[in-house]
Design a protein around this ligand. Sequence first.
Ligand SMILES: *Cc1c(COP(=O)(O)O)cnc(C)c1O
Length: 419
Amino acid sequence: MESLFTFGEKINQAADRALKLCSDKFKEIDSIQEYNEQKMLKAFQKAQITLASFAGSNGYGYDDSGRDRLDEVYAYVFDAEDALVRHNFASGTHTLTVALFGMLRPGDEMMCVTGMPYDTLQPVIGIKDSSGSLKEFGVSFSKVDLKNGKPDIQGIYDNVRNDIKMIYIQRSRGYDTRDALTYDEIKEICDTVRMKAPDAIIMLDNCYGEFIDKNSPLNAGVDIMAGSLIKNAGGGIAQTGGYIAGRKDLVEMCSYRLTTPGTGKEIGCSLNTLRDMYLGAYFAPIVTANALKTVAFSAALFEVLGYDVTPKYDAQRADIIEIIKLGTPEKVEAFCRGIQKASFIDSNVTPYPAPMPGYDSDVIMAAGAFTLGSSIELSADAPLREPYNVYLQGGLSFNTAKIGIMSAAQEIEDLKSIQ
Ligand SMILES: *Cc1c(COP(=O)(O)O)cnc(C)c1O
């Protein structure tokens, strides 16, 4: 097709080559997308969604059947007994926090079996001291580290005990360089945990993991999982929110924390959020597939251009993050400039590195998103430190996200001609 965006010959040729390399991967992603779209269609039909389901409610939100049916939709697609899907969840971290405080009690131990949890969870747990942490409420934390970037199955077997209340698994890499966990890896962890702790609650941080394959982690032995609606699960349409899904008794405990013991899921008005959330659910498998294609293409393109990338374009993916090892701060900045330039929103803005709370080096971020902070939309960020990796994620639509990736590559290419 004739392109409205011009790139140098080198980038055009590399992109053609990258697309050819990705052709089998794209077929596989198409098949995952189609399956998950069908499952979503069944979910809507089963929950009998009608136009009236979008109406929303105010005040206490009693008898908000649109809100309750949205829970049913997500419960169905995730093979969960029950789900709690609410715009009131302010972020993924907040959703996970509600789940943790909902289920854990003073004297309980929470053990993370995938090493150190995501940065923003550390003050919640009390790994970093913070007022109001789980630690302050008498919940202790322990962990089993990863081994060579993979779950240490023997270490898990050796350390898990039946008096541990919760076993916690983080699926996505976060800001680590390890791989995200596939369904099979999650299953292996759960099977191992169950040998030692048949009664423990197995909880999964499923951020970025929704709709990336055909199976739900709840079928792998996970009891309850949570994630953000401004990542995969909200399809780029939900403007805020999160979900918790899994065993009915556990979802109920979480709902008591979100609202109050006794009222749980019965209250909480949905205002005017429901149509966006339903439309987001509809788009979630489609948009996640587009993001998967975008990151696979970026892996192929930068590999063709001679960079080290992880995961490889043909790897089995379990999240929508790509790490590209650019090696110099100039290239990291150029990459982010290129992504920003090719965005739908804020394309005239130039990103610069700046200090960020919680980081010991400057951080640069590129995002031209419809929803502030949405990382299902094409975005890139990087701490300005060795080894100068850039983290790329998202892409609502492959066709235009591809322009963003090529623009990033071109911006790096142009550095050479300046030097
Ligand atoms: C994004 C993410 C979170 C937290 O989500 P926020 O919406 O940024 O609070 C937690 N865990 C993992 C693995 C994530 O990727």
